[in-house]
Design a binder for this molecule. Structure first.
Ligand code: AMP
Ligand code: MG
Length: 424
């Protein structure tokens, strides 16, 4: 008898997350760590910048020498040399002296300010073929002008990046600026993806009579990549015991298996038997729409290892909304992330959304910001097979379980999706 547990979205997520664990760390080249969670504190071994240096191309001076400088009445200093970035200089600046200096070059001893070229007569001197062993200063330079101080960015001993943070491009740059070629991050989960159904034909092949193309493999694998996982596609399982068993076996060398299809009433008995034989399995009716039936359990993966198995419904939109609700947080948890939320906006809907059986409705919408606030337009028919309305959506408008009808003009929470980037 088909009697799955009836549970809320939160209960389902809680059960799934309690079975899924953070993966082990791995050390690898810093650029490969992008988007992953750091598994060590990064402590600076030295100051950055390592020495006081110039923030401008100009002349290193003693600020006190320039206090009366003016455009009509420049101060003239003796230029005793030049220092470029990447070189050090043994020159010392004393009263009346200056050193020509490039951005990033270490400040010569004695100097306490840099006057940029634009505030000197260098251009005129060059134009008029005047000697460059003197320079006219047009403006007083305050102490510290255009000087970047040793350690002003990072000081030795400072924890620059904390264990648990996600590495974005600037963080990769910070690692590089500390001279680190490798970092230790939580490894990416490998998720095997299996679509089930006799009706499915792989893309690129001619479909047989009555067949449709398999799209779930692709939406699921693409979403795994969006979350930071590595999809391992095992292909299409037929609706037979032998085929399902064989395909599941092929997918066991992974951190998790995501299947689609075969969890609704019609397929339940066979799938249940296969999965129960290979591990443990529960079938749930989750109070969400689209996406009611899902399966969750563990599979014996050999060597005493169990891997989680998430069985998503076959309908293309249901599999995507259940992926969003359950697979995405599971993958993020494995990656060591702790925040699974998405940005949400309160938006006025442009049409009624009916909620006739007390489930939480996730309606596909396109949100935009207008002079009147956030507006959400339904992207088309909301049938769980209408994938194009998901493709046109950048958010999911949420109508709660206890709200039988959200009326046009009502404000509802809209959870933004990956393609909503940049609209906030
Ligand atoms: P099921 O959950 O197996 O009963 O499938 C429900 C509906 O989703 C059926 O109309 C299937 O043809 C469709 N479906 C199942 N798997 C896929 C898939 N991988 N790609 C596209 N449609 C699918
Ligand atoms: Mg099926």
């Amino acid at each position: 008898m088909y009697k799955p547990d009836m549970i809320t979205v939160e209960e389902a997520l809680e059960r799934i997350l309690s079975t899924v664990h953070v993966l082990e760390p791995e050390a690898k080249p810093i650029l490969d760590c992008l988007g992953q969670v750091l598994d060590e504190d990064i402590v600076a071994g030295f100051d950055i910048p390592p020495h006081d240096n110039s923030a401008m191309d100009g002349f290193a001076v003693l600020s006190g020498d320039t206090s009366t400088a003016g455009i009509k009445d420049p101060i003239y200093l003796d230029v005793i040399g030049e220092v470029a970035a990447g070189y050090t200089s043994s020159l010392t600046i004393t009263r009346g002296k200056a050193v020509r200096i490039m951005t990033g070059a270490p400040l010569p001893a004695g100097a306490d300010a840099v006057v940029q070229f634009e505030n000197t007569d260098e251009t005129e001197r060059k134009r008029d073929n005047k000697p460059l062993d003197k320079i006219g200063i047009f403006e007083p330079a305050a102490q510290g002008l255009n000087v970047r101080l040793k350690g002003e960015d990072i000081h030795a001993g400072q924890v620059v990046l904390k264990k648990g943070c996600t590495l974005y491009p600037a963080d990769i740059g910070v690692l590089a600026s500390l001279g680190l070629a490798q970092a230790t991050v939580i490894r990416r989960p490998v998720i095997s993806v299996l679509s089930t159904g006799d009706e499915l034909c792989p893309a690129g092949q001619p479909p047989g009579p009555g067949q449709i193309y398999d799209s779930n493999t692709y939406t699921i694998a693409a979403n795994i990549a969006m979350c930071g996982g590595i999809a391992m596609i095992t292909g299409i399982g037929r609706d037979t015991l032998a085929s399902l068993q064989e395909k599941i076996r092929q997918g066991l060398d992974a951190d998790m298996l995501i299947t689609s299809g075969g969890v609704s009433k019609g397929d339940y008995d066979m799938v249940k038997d296969v999965l129960a034989e290979m591990g443990t399995i529960s079938f749930w009716t989750v109070r969400m729409k689209p996406g009611k039936p899902i399966a969750f359990g563990t599979l014996k993966a050999g060597g005493g290892r169990d891997i989680p198995h998430l069985g998503l419904p076959g309908n293309p939109v249901s599999s995507m909304t259940t992926f969003e609700r359950f697979a995405r947080p599971a993958i993020l948890k494995m990656l060591g992330k702790t925040d699974f939320t998405r940005p949400t906006v309160l938006a006025a809907i442009d049409r009624d959304i009916a909620n006739d059986d007390g489930r939480r409705v996730y309606a596909r919408v396109h949100v935009s910001r207008t002079a009147d606030g956030w507006q959400a337009s339904l992207t088309g028919p909301q049938g769980s097979g209408i994938l194009t309305s998901m493709s046109a959506a950048n958010g999911l408008a949420i109508v709660p379980e206890d709200c039988p009808l959200a009326r046009a003009g009502d404000k509802v929470n809209v959870q933004l999706l990956d393609n909503a980037e940049g609209i906030i």
